[in-house]
Design a protein around this ligand. Structure first.
Ligand SMILES: Cc1cc2nc3c(=O)[nH]c(=O)nc-3n(C[C@H](O)[C@H](O)[C@H](O)COP(=O)(O)O)c2cc1C
Length: 360
C-alpha cells in the first residue's frame, strides 16, 4: 500500500501535510522566511500574475521535456534544490531524497550542509548530482570540499553567494528552533578553520562576519582550481550575472534563497528576463523560488530559464512519504508541465518562448 494519502495530489498538498505532521519548531526552520516573508510571498505572487496563452489543435504528438544542460542530457528541467539537513524532515534524510529523485530521472543538488556524508550519497545513487557549497573563510577548506566533490563524481559545483550572513529569521527564533542532537553538517566537520576568529569590532556584521565572507576575487580563484562547471546561485542583478560569466562561471541560478535571507528583495521570476537579456542565449540560467506547479515551470522557461529548482515542497514530500513522497512530487510536477506544454501548443521545451505568455 502506498504511504501517500490519496488526498495528496499537488505540491502544495505536500507542504500543507508536512506543516501538520512536523513539530512546530522544525517547520519554522524548514519553511521559515527572512523577516516578514515579503520576498517569499512575492516569489509566488510573481508566478500568479502571469497568464499563459492557450493554443489549440497543435500537433504535439511525440513531444517531450528533454533538454541538454551543461553538456548533460536531462529527461526534464526539474531539479532538486540544495537544502540543508534533510534528516530534520525524515530519518531517511538525503539518501531517501536522492532515491526519489533518481526514480524520476531528476538531477539533484546536494547541500554542503547535508546531514549525510557527500561521498556516501554519491556512491549510493544512480542519478546525476551537483554539489552546492558556500565558500569557506579559508580557501584551503573550500578546496577540500571541491576535491571531495570531484572524487565522488559530482558533475558541477553550485556556489551559493546570497547568504554570506544569515537572514533575519524571526519565525525560527519565535518558535525556538535548535538543531536536534544527532543532526549536523557532517561534511563541514573537521575542515580547517581560521586560527583566530575574525576580530569582533563595533559591528557584528561588518567587523565580525563580513571580513571572512567571499568576494569576486574568490570566484576567480575557484575557477582556476577545478575543471568542474561552476554555477553561482543567488544572483538577481544582471551586472552580477554578467560578472559571474566573465569570471568563467558556466551559469547562474537566479534565486533569492526561497525568500529565506534578504526580505523585501524582488522575486526570482521578476529578475529573470533582464538576466537572460544581459547574458544572451548561451550561458545556463536556472531559477528557483516559488515553483509549485507545472505551469510555473513553463512560465520560468518562457522568461528565459533553462531549468528550475524546487526546494521546500520536496522536503515536505520527504517528510510525508520518504523517497516515495519525493518521487511522487516530482512526477506530479513533471506531468503538470507536460499538460501545460500540450495546452499551450509546445511540443518541446524549445517551443516555449515569451509568446507562450499572454501578457508578455
Ligand atoms: C529548509 C531549506 C534549507 C535550504 N538550505 C540551502 C542550502 O544549504 N544551500 C542553498 O544554496 N540553498 C538552500 N536553500 C534554498 C534552496 O536551495 C532554494 O533556493 C529555495 O528553497 C527555492 O525556493 P522554494 O523553496 O520556494 O522552491 C534551502 C531552502 C530550504 C527550504
Amino acid at each position: 500500500m502506498s504511504p501517500i494519502p490519496a488526498k495528496i495530489v499537488s505540491l502544495q498538498d505536500y507542504v500543507d501535510a508536512a506543516a501538520r505532521a512536523l513539530p512546530a519548531p522544525t517547520w519554522a526552520y524548514l519553511a521559515g522566511s527572512g523577516a516578514d516573508g515579503l520576498t517569499r510571498a512575492e516569489n509566488r505572487a510573481a508566478f500568479d500574475r502571469l497568464r499563459l496563452r492557450p493554443r489549440v489543435l497543435a500537433d504535439v504528438a511525440g513531444g517531450h521535456t528533454r533538454l541538454s544542460l551543461l553538456g548533460q542530457s536531462l529527461t526534464h528541467p526539474i531539479i532538486v534544490a540544495p537544502m540543508a539537513f534533510h534528516k530534520l524532515a525524515h530519518p531517511g534524510a538525503e539518501e531517501a531524497t536522492l532515491l526519489g529523485a533518481a526514480a524520476r530521472d531528476a538531477l539533484a543538488v546536494v547541500s554542503a550542509q547535508a546531514s549525510m556524508d557527500m561521498t556516501t550519497l554519491a556512491d549510493g545513487t544512480s542519478g546525476p548530482l551537483w554539489f552546492q557549497l558556500y565558500l569557506q573563510p579559508l580557501r584551503e577548506a573550500s578546496l577540500r570540499l571541491v576535491r571531495r566533490a570531484e572524487a565522488a563524481g559530482y558533475r558541477a559545483l553550485v556556489v551559493t553567494v546570497d547568504a554570506p550572513v544569515n537572514g533575519i529569521r524571526n519565525e525560527e527564533a519565535r518558535a525556538g528552533f535548535a538543531l536536534p542532537r544527532g543532526i549536523s553538517a557532517v561534511n563541514l566537520a573537521g575542515l580547517p578553520a581560521p586560527e583566530s576568529p575574525p576580530a569582533e569590532g563595533g559591528s557584528a556584521v561588518f567587523d565580525g562576519l563580513m571580513p571572512a565572507a567571499p568576494t569576486w576575487e574568490d570566484i576567480a580563484w575557484l575557477r582556476a582550481q577545478t575543471d568542474l562547471p561552476i554555477l553561482l546561485k543567488g544572483i538577481l542583478d544582471p551586472d552580477d550575472a554578467a560578472r559571474a560569466i566573465s569570471l568563467g562561471a558556466q551559469g547562474v541560478i537566479v534565486s533569492n534563497h526561497g525568500g529565506r535571507v534578504l526580505d523585501s528583495g524582488l522575486s526570482a521570476l521578476d529578475a529573470l528576463p533582464a538576466i537572460r537579456a544581459a547574458l544572451g542565449p548561451q550561458p545556463a540560467i536556472l531559477m528557483d523560488g516559488g515553483i509549485r506547479r507545472g505551469t510555473d515551470v513553463l512560465k520560468a522557461r518562457a522568461l528565459g530559464a533553462d531549468a528550475v529548482l524546487v526546494g521546500l515542497p520536496l522536503l515536505a514530500a520527504l517528510a510525508v512519504g520518504g523517497a516515495v513522497g519525493v518521487s511522487h512530487a516530482l512526477e506530479i510536477l513533471r506531468t503538470e508541465l507536460e499538460v501545460a506544454m500540450a495546452l499551450t501548443g509546445c511540443k518541446t521545451l524549445s517551443d516555449v518562448s515569451s509568446k507562450t505568455l499572454w501578457n508578455s
